[in-house]
Design a protein around this ligand. Sequence first.
Ligand SMILES: Cc1cc2nc3c(=O)[nH]c(=O)nc-3n(C[C@H](O)[C@H](O)[C@H](O)COP(=O)(O)O)c2cc1C
Length: 764
Amino acid sequence: MAELHEVDHREVAQPVMMEGRSMIILYGSETGNAQEIATELSIMARRLHFQTVVDEMDSFKLTDLLAHQLAVFVTSTSGQGELPKNTDKFWRNLRRQKLNGTNCLAKVNFSIFGLGDSSYPKFNWAARKLRVRLLQLGAHEFFRPGEGDERHDNGWVLGYPTPSVIDSIWVPWFQELQDTLAAECPLPDGVRPIPDDVQLPPRYTLRLATPMDLDHQMKMESEEEARALERKFQATKTKSAVQSHVDHPRSKDMDLEDMWERNKATFPADIARRSAAWENQNHRRVDSLDKDNIITDHPHKYLLEPRSENQTFPPPDMLNIPHALHAQVLHNIRVTPADHWQDVRKISLDVLLDRPEDFPSCAAGSTVTIYPKNYPEDAQKLIDMMGWGPDADKPLAWGVAVGKEDSPEQLHAMRPPRLYTKKAPCTLRDLLIHNLDITAIPKRNFLRELAFFTREENEKERLRQLSSFGPDQEFYDYTSRPRRTILEVLRDFPGVKIPLDRALDMFPFIRGRDFSIANGGDSIRRTDDSYVIRIELLVALVEYKTIFKKPREGLCSRYLKNLPEEIHLRLDIKLPTTGKLITDGNSCRRPLIAIATGTGIAPIRALIQDRARFFNRGPTLLFYGCRNENADYFFKKEWVGIPGLEVFPAFSRDPVSPGDQEALERYENKLDMTNGAIPGLPGLQYDAGKNYVQLQIRKQAQKIGELMRHNPLVCVCGNSGRMPSSVRDALLDCLVISKIVSNKEEANHWFDNQRNLIFWQETW
Ligand SMILES: Cc1cc2nc3c(=O)[nH]c(=O)nc-3n(C[C@H](O)[C@H](O)[C@H](O)COP(=O)(O)O)c2cc1C
């Protein structure tokens, strides 16, 4: 039996260390679902006395797999059948050609669980691709793969998936894995699994800092700063070397290409994620727009009651995020009318650079990561509820006390990776404002752990009931459906007092949110001060009412909505992982067929501005879909007078014009079309009489066909859901209508042939 310790009234059991009994759990996750599943797995394995390591795939090297008895992969699928971004490095290493035929993973015993949505054509492709590659390299699958599917008739609440659907596959898989581990990896005599009602030690500890700790923290920070400076210096040296081509005169296009490569090299985080062969990645997607933008429900659900609370905007302390840039907010303007259902912001930021050459002048497809913060009032509420008041403003330290490194606590007392705090001294209040997501919807494991922190038997019982795996929906009815936050859950259980040293283990960390940069070309570089670049974002705020009619805002939306002008903040800029959008003298000769809905216009605007610098650019057709001409037709005035650009807007909620009415009627009457009017198009989608982009696309079939014959760049940006497939369908129809191909099947092949067109999609 594991050794038990009494802590307050709690029993804590330390897993028994056994040589060779270890499990590595690697996840790939965009919004945290796969991460949560990986955490659940690690808890189960620790209870079976496995030493576990759990982290995102990119934190591991391939050789790390060899050091563990078992490896479990958990990955969601993102984009169009892609692996999540935090697997980039790992996945690229795994696919290296030189590994082919080496059987290099023959010693690895693995299993894999995928998270996906069967409404996507490439259902669970990430997990499938990963599994195939692991098997190719000789790894042995010790347990069957699992494929979670979040698509279900009742699987959506306010446009968000209800994880119960994933659970219906995940829970049996998890339980079967647990049984397999117990049977295949039996424990020695006298050691029993740690039962669910006994708590495990924390993975990461937090304590009040001693003066020695503080000295140590400050020393570490200044060493890290020195290392960062050195890295920058090295990056500049590399760039200078690339630039010195005096002996070989080069064309402007070659210089532009080099500049693209060089500029990529100025972001060390990016360098870490990419190998020199980045071109190989060209087929990859960039789908890093703010996932919170997903609102698929009817707008009346999102109308907000005015907030009564007095809010104090979070303090602008700069976090120690490696390689992040420093920016200042210039404008934060609502661009939709006050009575429109959605608050959309145009946010302009000045990014302050160390050197002017630190940013590329053409950046279509780039994204900005913004790190939202909690409001001080919310942090105070939690401090009061937990009774942390006396310690809330004292400096903290992580892990082992300086000078006690050899103590057994060291085993589990670490600083979590990617916890980017304020500079030392950092207090609990700082963590609650800048790092811990205390208004997230709680995960099952959070409720399960809470049961250890209350003395009230009725609370314990209720929390265990809510968090147990079972056939009923109680957990989801209590958490996801009403969008109940962690703070609200804690208010419902006043007996719960989380000890300060468990804070890092209990609360999820705030994630950065990505937004597409909406400007490009000359507009990005300010001429008056070359050390500053100006970027613009177009952000749809997530605001809605819960089923209890309570107004709700996403964490990042609340932060951005109130973001004051002139405030300073940290942000990351990520260049696109594809070279498809590079605009240079050559590529801009291609025609552009751009289709965007809503805030999906942001990266398209950047691309149009990038192309505007070139006189020899090909013609552009822009199809833009929104609800109302006077409410969300963003950048309408900008399109007037741009040579070679034709815009075809589709307003789905405005009365249709007579021409559109006639087209709608024609498309609605299937018989008209199938009775030989246009042969070879039996499968038109009619969109229930709505003026959507696909109607406008079909109306311009001849024009589109003309451009299709000249190797265009075709871009689709905006909502995921049905839009991308309906647009594709309409484009295929255009190929048939303009007689490039004779039927839909041929159109499909033609469209997917990269010799005919370059296709880029960014949907979320
Ligand atoms: C923009 C986007 C693209 C997606 N693409 C796919 C896909 O191609 N195939 C699939 O099976 N699931 C797809 N999904 C579903 C996700 O895999 C699923 O929502 C999963 O639970 C996300 O887990 P995560 O939070 O760990 O990333 C997509 C979801 C989003 C939001």
